[in-house]
Design a protein around this ligand. Sequence first.
Ligand SMILES: *Cc1c(COP(=O)(O)O)cnc(C)c1O
Length: 368
Amino acid sequence: MSTVTTPSSDTFRINRSDAPASVADREAALASPQFGVVFTDHMARVSWTHAAGWTDRRVERYGPLQLDPATAVLHYGQEIFEGLKAYRQPDGSVWSFRPEANAARFARSARRLALPELSAADFLGAITALVDVDRDWVPSGEETSLYLRPFMYASEPFLGVRASRQAEFLVIASPVGPYFAGGVKPVSIWVSREYHRAGAGGTGAAKCGGNYAASLLPQQEAYAKGFEQVCFLDDRTGTQLEELGGMNIVVVNADGSVVTPPVSGTILEGVTRSSILTLLAEAGHEVAERPVLLDDLRAGLADGSITEVFACGTAAVMTPIGRLASDDFDLVVGDGTAGPVTTRIRAQLTDIQYGRAADPHGWMHRLV
Ligand SMILES: *Cc1c(COP(=O)(O)O)cnc(C)c1O
């Protein structure tokens, strides 16, 4: 048994798997990685009880969890998660992108879901310890990475409706390939008038499974109509764009200015969103965080004053939107292909993440 000392000097115990994947199986998985299908040999884990706080920091063999049927999360959905990536650099080292921002957001999500807050030191300690043990699982192909999925759930076996007095925090990892195999391709978006993702005072700003559960039916219906993703509108007026089910949305005007809805409680504050806004402002774009009216978007796309629209998030970085439609309109964005601003900023951001460009903001964090 070995140990990894984390930034908090808390120690993650390493219990190595006695049945890791064979080199051949691992190499096969790394050669054609698919999102979230194959997982590495280990998982990081910390347990919490109301009485003892966070204890038992460890890395152990990846495998099924045994849950009492009364476990709170199965009944009331008290669960939160994060998503970030570990990127192989040209010199072989492995770095993540702004993980302290994910740690801070995880703590905010925990607070909203009445789960215990995990310190940034434990969050970073867990991903560092896991990537250290499973470093051979970090792929090195173009736009490949090791996707890290930290999550926490209410583990107390109790049906009473109150915050759980037990919780488990885990990190699992899956090698992933380029989101757009064969080049960045614009997606089609259905603007939902029937469903909302979040409401004032709700959980829209928290990264929790419940938000995703509620987005699956609208997503399924949009897919049946021939669209790939859903864009949700604000629940009060139904006139303002909010975001997609798992990505923020940004509009680029013909004059180069950029607009995105403000994070005012119903929108998830994306790390990609904030990083892109910084890069855009530095590149001389006027950047505004203000409500985006669907009517203005429709008019702008029709008269050409809006030239690009893209979605952004960790998984796909930036996804150009090529078509936007709802019951009463169907519009092509620009010429339906990825626009120059989207293409340029995407390349700039991925160059930083993969160590091909300087990192003037100190966004990159070495793991191993
Ligand atoms: C995770 C997520 C995003 C994107 O956040 P990133 O930090 O950029 O990955 C956007 N919207 C929702 C609803 C999300 O869950």
